[in-house]
Design a protein around this ligand. Sequence first.
Ligand SMILES: NC(=O)c1ccc[n+]([C@@H]2O[C@H](COP(=O)([O-])OP(=O)(O)OC[C@H]3O[C@@H](n4cnc5c(N)ncnc54)[C@H](O)[C@@H]3O)[C@@H](O)[C@H]2O)c1
Length: 489
Amino acid sequence: MPASPDSAATPSLDRRTFLKAASALGLGLAAGSPLGRAAESVSTSRRRRYALVGTGSRSLLYQDAIETDFRDHAELVGLCDTNPGRLELIRDRSQRLGGRRPPGFAAADFERMIATTKPDYVIVTTVDGTHDDYIVRAMEAGCDAISEKPLTTTPEKCQRIVDARARTGRTCRVTFNLRYSPPCTHVKDLLMSGEIGDVLSVDLHWMLDTSHGAEYFRRWHAHKKNSGGLMIHKASHHFDLVNWWLGAVPESVFATGKREFYTPKMARRLGLSGAHERCLTCPEKSRCSFYLDLAGDPMLKEFYLDQEKHDGYFRDRCIFRPEVDIEDTMNVLVRYNTGATLAYSLNAFSSWEGYTVAFNGTKGRLEHSVGAPTAAGRAPYGTTRISILPLRGPAREIVPWTGTGAHQGGDKVMLEDLFLPSPAPDKYLRAADERAGAASALVGMAANRCFTTGQPVIIKDLVRGLGPPVYAPMPGGDAPVPMPPPLKT
Ligand SMILES: NC(=O)c1ccc[n+]([C@@H]2O[C@H](COP(=O)([O-])OP(=O)(O)OC[C@H]3O[C@@H](n4cnc5c(N)ncnc54)[C@H](O)[C@@H]3O)[C@@H](O)[C@H]2O)c1
């Protein structure tokens, strides 16, 4: 990752104060960071043993990492899924990657998998609403858990995880890959450097286009019992980013949400006769531009269409069907323990894909965006911008840090942090545990509650015994703020 020329350019009192605090904290990082807390119980001299539950598309990232780039340090010892067909595909895939064909286990045999394969860690990549079950069972069986985001979907499930962590002393890591995406880390670096002073408010607007956004209405995500809705499944990424960018803990939430685009009524307004069961058998497929051809995509066919016979899961359900119970339009206000506030929106039928975020600080404003509208109507993650707009000073564009691969190279950086026995010290403290996982998911849970009650939600009322996440120190408090230059006429 290139060094940031900008963050070093303007030393200030804030920055010096901050660096002093950071260096003081450096002495205590091992105790204060999630990784320090997750004291390494596993020797670094032998390969760590990983079992994985949930052998769907996301599991491939971890399988590839364990069996290729990190094979000297890691070993995939067991696989588990409710769908025996997908389970076999992933077992075969291990062999193709050059590894041993790991034993496969039905979901009911999860404890037997742990007893016979003796993993150090269990990686959880099942549907969101089942994460808690496997995290708790893994910790009860003496393993550390590594969970995909979101940590979980309801306050009750979150409580189970918090209680199991306290009871078992095992650890739970949550893989927030966006923290590792180079531009997101760059923004964190600029905020940590005190470039815009302390942040008093944030505006974050996330757009999912009618390809990516529509996907959530076809799959298991379309039901809150599986995904918690987009406030949890999708926005837990975004709430975590803001929590981590600010180094702050969310305290209260007010929100509104509705579904107005992916509805039977909209199907009719688009000229269809209404919603149908699924694309495969849709009588109007030739007239619907949202049609998904499962049979025409080799991966989708092999992983989902060919495996339907085992569990009846259709990966191409009609996005307009009435039984969908998640929102497509959401607006959220969050207040933080630092006094900072967040105004957030998520739209799942946007004409372009990406996000814009603006931080309003005591010394100026930082604006960052990923994606941009194009003549073709779609430019996913095409354009990345960061600019600094000092109070009463000239705005300047900053060349964002870049990377290649999934999530702008973030997945690769995260995997190194996850699988190397001695990862490089990380001044951004990007490794997250269940406290950060909860802090992000609880914002979504609070928003979901607010959607139905119309009342603001106090987050600490949702879960007991949850400690604050560990974040790198940020500028703030009562440090002096430089008087802005006089206004130029
Ligand atoms: N961080 C990211 O960028 C990112 C990207 C995609 C998915 N994810 C997360 O990864 C997880 C998996 O998503 P996916 O896209 O791979 O979904 P998927 O539908 O492709 O795979 C889910 C798998 O879980 C299995 N499963 C369902 N219920 C189960 C149960 N009770 N016990 C055991 N197995 C069960 C399914 O059979 C399927 O094989 C989700 O939590 C999702 O939020 C994260």
